[in-house]
Ligand binder design. Structure first.
Ligand SMILES: NC(=O)C1=CN([C@@H]2O[C@H](COP(=O)(O)OP(=O)(O)OC[C@H]3O[C@@H](n4cnc5c(N)ncnc54)[C@H](OP(=O)(O)O)[C@@H]3O)[C@@H](O)[C@H]2O)C=CC1
Ligand SMILES: O=C(O)[C@@H]1CCC=N1
Length: 302
């Protein structure tokens, strides 16, 4: 596995037309898909001053969404690909995997070889994107929802044709939403989807279970939310404050013969650790399946 912030490899290409001749601030970025993640990225990029004003474009196929985004006033919102796609140096694709084939077919006549494409779509492979669009510079990234508050975790990898210089620029762009990890293979991107991409939902699952328990113990909703929310924030803060493992921290909470031991023994007795690992693998496998469903050889399902 690569280290955080360490670009793995890359040759220096002489035809990095945009990246060599212009400054990052002059780069045009287009985000396609104005949903949870597309807008998270667009807002983070807009707030970061990474680009000059007017250089950030957004396209969503829904007219309602376009109107909503225009009202926000942060970026230029387009009602068709024709006015924005040919102008973009970097295109971030943030639609659901099931919409990828149709979207890429629509994009194909408007794209050019110098453009760089970032896909955050779960499972969709670099090869599929290259073939469907007829281009070769692709960065495949897997972000997560805490990007909305600047605490995102994004793993990414790139096609061979993306140079070191281009990748460094893309890394800065991704880092506007939090931290990033450059991985060497797409299989690791699928694996990271099962850990960090889908991971926030596992944490929310655990939080919901604890909230449900608190409500059963007759706490009102407000108090239950405070008890659970502050417990999670505090535990995460502790975890991030040192190199101690979660096992080490558990040992600090659990007194011999005490209450925590009773809870942890109950979890162990129910194989909770294995169940959580199994869930992460289910997401990993689903990412692999989505890759197969969007490569044109199988029919994709919504
Ligand atoms: N949500 C998450 O936590 C994460 C999501 N991802 C990935 O990000 C991608 C987007 O997910 P998310 O933001 O949650 O999805 P959303 O459904 O919230 O957003 C996708 C948006 O794209 C629009 N859209 C669909 N087709 C097109 C098209 N052809 N052209 C333009 N816009 C289009 C959708 O419109 P409409 O609703 O009308 O279809 C919708 O507004 C997915 O591929 C997912 O795998 C990755 C990591 C985390
Ligand atoms: O559930 C999904 O498919 C996407 C990818 C990771 C998080 N959400």
């Amino acid at each position: 596995m690569a280290k955080i912030g360490t670009p793995a490899r890359r040759l220096f290409y002489f035809n990095e037309s945009y990246f060599l001749n212009q400054k990052e601030e002059q780069m045009n970025v287009l985000v396609i898909g104005g949903g949870n993640m597309g807008i998270t990225y667009a807002e983070a990029i807009a707030k970061s001053n990474f680009l000059s004003s007017g250089s950030l474009m957004v396209f969503d196929k829904s007219e309602e969404k376009q109107a909503e985004l225009r009202a926000g006033g942060f970026f230029s919102v387009h009602s068709g690909l024709g006015t924005c796609l040919p102008e973009a140096d970097v295109v971030l694709i943030a639609v659901k995997p099931v919409h990828a084939p149709g979207l890429m077919d629509e994009m194909r006549p408007m794209v050019s070889a110098g453009q760089l494409f970032i896909s955050i779509m779960a499972g969709v492979t670099i090869d599929t994107i290259k073939q469907r669009l007829g281009i070769d510079k692709v960065v495949r990234a897997m972000p997560n929802l805490p990007a909305q508050v600047g605490l995102g975790m994004t793993s990414f990898t790139a096609s061979e044709q993306v140079s070191r210089l281009e990748l460094a620029t893309i890394e800065k762009l991704l880092d506007t939403t939090g931290r990033s990890l450059n991985l060497a293979s797409e299989s690791e991107i699928d694996a990271s989807t099962g850990i960090s991409g889908s991971g926030p939902a596992y944490i929310f699952y655990f939080m919901q279970a604890l909230l449900d328990a608190a409500l059963k113990m007759d706490f009102n909703k407000e108090d239950a939310r405070l008890l659970v929310g502050q417990t999670f924030s505090g535990a995460v803060e502790l975890f991030n404050s040192s190199d101690l493992s979660p096992d080490d921290w558990m040992a600090k909470v659990a007194s011999k013969g005490g209450t925590t031991r009773a809870a942890l023994d109950s979890m162990d007795g129910n194989n909770l650790n294995s169940l959580i690992q199994e869930a992460a693998y289910a997401a990993f496998r689903r990412a692999e399946e989505l890759g197969k469903q969007t490569d044109g050889k199988e029919v994709a399902h919504a």
